[in-house]
Design a protein around this ligand. Structure first.
Ligand SMILES: Cc1cc2nc3c(=O)[nH]c(=O)nc-3n(C[C@H](O)[C@H](O)[C@H](O)COP(=O)(O)OP(=O)(O)OC[C@H]3O[C@@H](n4cnc5c(N)ncnc54)[C@H](O)[C@@H]3O)c2cc1C
Length: 345
C-alpha cells in the first residue's frame, strides 16, 4: 500500500479509458504510477459502446486482444428521423462493439499486471502543489507525485478545473438488451430532444443508449419509463425496440448533468485527459477514441519530462500544443453544434 512518503512519478485521478490507458503506457516504461478510481471494476457505465476502428491498433498495443475476442464488426450506420423515416450508409472506417463493463475491466487487469498501483473504490477530493510536488487528498489518504493528471470524465470534484459556463444539461440512459438487429450496424434513432443508439456488443447482447435533454425528463417528473412511452415511442422504430426487446438490467444505468462546455488540457499545472479536457463526442464513435488518443499524446511528452529531457513548463506547452492540434477544432465544432447532433462516424 503506498503511503504519503511515497513519491510517485504520476498520480492519475479517474480510471476510465483515458486514465487506464495512460497508466498502462507509463507503467510499461517503468514509471511509478498511482491510479485512483472511485468505483470498483467491473461496472456498467453510460456509453454507446461503439468504438471507432481508429483505436483498434492502440488497444492491441496495450495488450487488449480485440481481434480475437469475436467482437461484432460494425460497418453500416442507420439513422431515423422522429417519425421513423430511415437512411443507411456504409462507414469508411467502421468500428466494433464492446461493453465498458468488459473493456474497462480488461484494461484495469492490464494496468495491475503492468505495475500500476490501482486504488479502487477511492475518491479523490482535492490537491495542492508545493515545491514541485503535488499532494492529492483522497478517501484512502494523501499521496504525492511529480505530475498530476485529471481523467475523471465530465464531473470535476474539489479544486480540479471545471468550466464556469452554465450550459444546458443532458441525461444519459443505457440498457443491455436482446433484440433482432443486424450485427454489423449501428443505428441512431432521433426523438424530440434526444437520440438513441443501438449496436451489438460481446455475446448476444446489444447496447441501447440514449441522450436526452434534462428538461424533457423533468417534464415527466423524472420518470424514465413514462418519458420513454410519451416521447421515444413516437419514433416507430424505437417503439418496436422498446416493446419487443428483452431487457437484461433490472433498471437502466443513468448519468445526469452532462454538459458540452469547452474545457482545457492544462490548468494550474494539472494535465487533463479525455472528457475532463473536453474532448466529447457522444454516440458519434469518437469520445472513447479521443480519450485514448489524449492518453497517448500525454504519455509521449511525459516520458521526456520524467527523463529530465524537458522542463515542466516545456511539458505543459508541448501537451497543450498537441492537444490543440488533435482536438481543438473538433471540440469547438462539437460545442457549437451539439444540439443538432453532429454525426461524424
Ligand atoms: C450517452 C453517451 C453515449 C456515448 N456513446 C459513445 C460511443 O458509442 N462511442 C464512443 O466512443 N464514445 C461514446 N460516448 C463518450 C464516451 O463515453 C466518453 O467520451 C469516454 O468514456 C471518456 O473517457 P474518460 O476516460 O475521459 O472518462 P470516463 O470513462 O467517464 O472515466 C472517468 C472515470 O473517473 C472516475 N472518477 C470520477 N471522479 C472521480 C474522483 N473524484 N476520484 C476518483 N475517480 C473519479 C469515474 O468513476 C470514471 O471511471 C458516449 C457518452 C455518452 C454520455
Amino acid at each position: 500500500m503506498p503511503t504519503k512518503e511515497t513519491i510517485f512519478d504520476v498520480v492519475i485521478v479517474g480510471g476510465g479509458l483515458a486514465g487506464l490507458s495512460l497508466s498502462i503506457l507509463l507503467a510499461q516504461k517503468n514509471y511509478s504510477v498511482l491510479l485512483i478510481e472511485k468505483k470498483s471494476y467491473p461496472y456498467h457505465k453510460v456509453c454507446g459502446e461503439y468504438i471507432s476502428n481508429e483505436s483498434r491498433d492502440f488497444l492491441l498495443r496495450l495488450g487488449i486482444p480485440v481481434n480475437s475476442m469475436d467482437l461484432p464488426q460494425i460497418q453500416t450506420v442507420q439513422l431515423t428521423g422522429v417519425k421513423g423515416q430511415q437512411v443507411s450508409e456504409n462507414m469508411r472506417l467502421g468500428g466494433f462493439g464492446i461493453s465498458r463493463y468488459c473493456l474497462d475491466q480488461l484494461l484495469a487487469e492490464k494496468a495491475i499486471a503492468s505495475g500500476v498501483h490501482l486504488l479502487q473504490a477511492t475518491t479523490c477530493h482535492k490537491y495542492s502543489r508545493e515545491s514541485s510536488l503535488f499532494e492529492i487528498a483522497s478517501s484512502a489518504g494523501t499521496f504525492r507525485s511529480k505530475v498530476l493528471v485529471g481523467s475523471f470524465g465530465r464531473h470535476a470534484s474539489g479544486n480540479f478545473f471545471k468550466s464556469t459556463k452554465e450550459s444546458e444539461n443532458w441525461i444519459g440512459v443505457k440498457y443491455h438488451i436482446q433484440y433482432a438487429f443486424p450485427d454489423d450496424c449501428i443505428a441512431l434513432h432521433t426523438f424530440k430532444d434526444g437520440y438513441c443508439g443501438i449496436s451489438k456488443i460481446e455475446g448476444q447482447q446489444y447496447c441501447l443508449c440514449y441522450l436526452v435533454r434534462a428538461s424533457l425528463l423533468n417534464s415527466y417528473h423524472n420518470n424514465i419509463q413514462e418519458m420513454e412511452k410519451g416521447e421515444l415511442y413516437k419514433n416507430p422504430v424505437l417503439h418496436d425496440i422498446f416493446s419487443k426487446a428483452t431487457f437484461l438490467f433490472e433498471k437502466p444505468v443513468t448519468v445526469s448533468n452532462i454538459t458540452f462546455d469547452a474545457k482545457k488540457p492544462v490548468v494550474d499545472d494539472v494535465f487533463y485527459l479525455g472528457d475532463s479536457a473536453g474532448a466529447i463526442a457522444p454516440l458519434t464513435g469518437n469520445g472513447m477514441s479521443n480519450a485514448m488518443r489524449s492518453a497517448w499524446l500525454l504519455s509521449k511528452e511525459l516520458a521526456d519530462f520524467l527523463e529530465d529531457k524537458i522542463s515542466f513548463t516545456t511539458l505543459k506547452h508541448r501537451y497543450e500544443k498537441q492537444w490543440n492540434l488533435n482536438f481543438k477544432i473538433e471540440s469547438e465544432a462539437e460545442n457549437s453544434c451539439n444540439t443538432s447532433f453532429a454525426i461524424r462516424i
